[in-house]
Design a protein. Structure first.
Length: 162
């Protein structure tokens, strides 16, 4: 399975010491250079910087369609734009992105998307983690933006509602 990631899921999973779930689920992740810079260079000292730098299963790939990136940059950030274009160039099976606007754009271009919450739900279904709810609570406590509806939907999909 070919998977491209944006910075959000990398940093969120690293914050909870669960970045390795991506390797367990997908084996290899591709990221554009701008995402590498966002997480490792500009994110130095924050969750994900050291972990992403040390992860030999994360491959940094040059994006070639600069016109596509420029068009997307009118509506999205650099990381989202390059991740979407890279996913198209690599004919990726999945794009990992948390930002709702970026996901809508990616899906409009025919890409399959999931994010941090989808990754956690998949990890539970594959028995890589015992529960999703404590991790959702940690994400919220760490500043991850998640509506109450999304929180309960994730718990429901994970089979963890009371």
């Amino acid at each position: 399975m070919r998977v491209v990631a944006n910075a959000g899921p990398l940093m969120a999973l690293a914050q909870m010491d669960h970045l390795s779930l991506l390797q367990e689920l997908y084996h290899q992740i591709h990221i554009p250079w701008v995402v590498w810079d966002e997480v490792v260079i500009f994110g130095g000292g924050r969750p994900g910087a050291v972990e992403v730098c040390a992860a030999d299963w994360i491959q940094v790939v040059e994006v070639h369609d600069t016109t596509g990136v420029r068009i997307l940059r009118e509506r999205l950030g650099a990381g989202e734009s390059e991740a979407i274009v890279l996913a198209i160039e690599l004919e990726a099976d999945m794009l990992l992105m948390d930002e709702a606007r970026g996901r809508r754009v990616a899906e409009g271009w025919g890409l399959n998307t999931t994010g941090t919450l989808g990754t956690l739900i998949m990890a539970k279904k594959q028995r890589l983690i015992p529960a999703v709810t404590p991790l959702l609570d940690r994400l919220r406590a760490g500043g991850f933006r998640m509506s109450e509806d999304l929180y309960w939907a994730a718990r429901s999909l994970a089979g963890e509602t009371d």
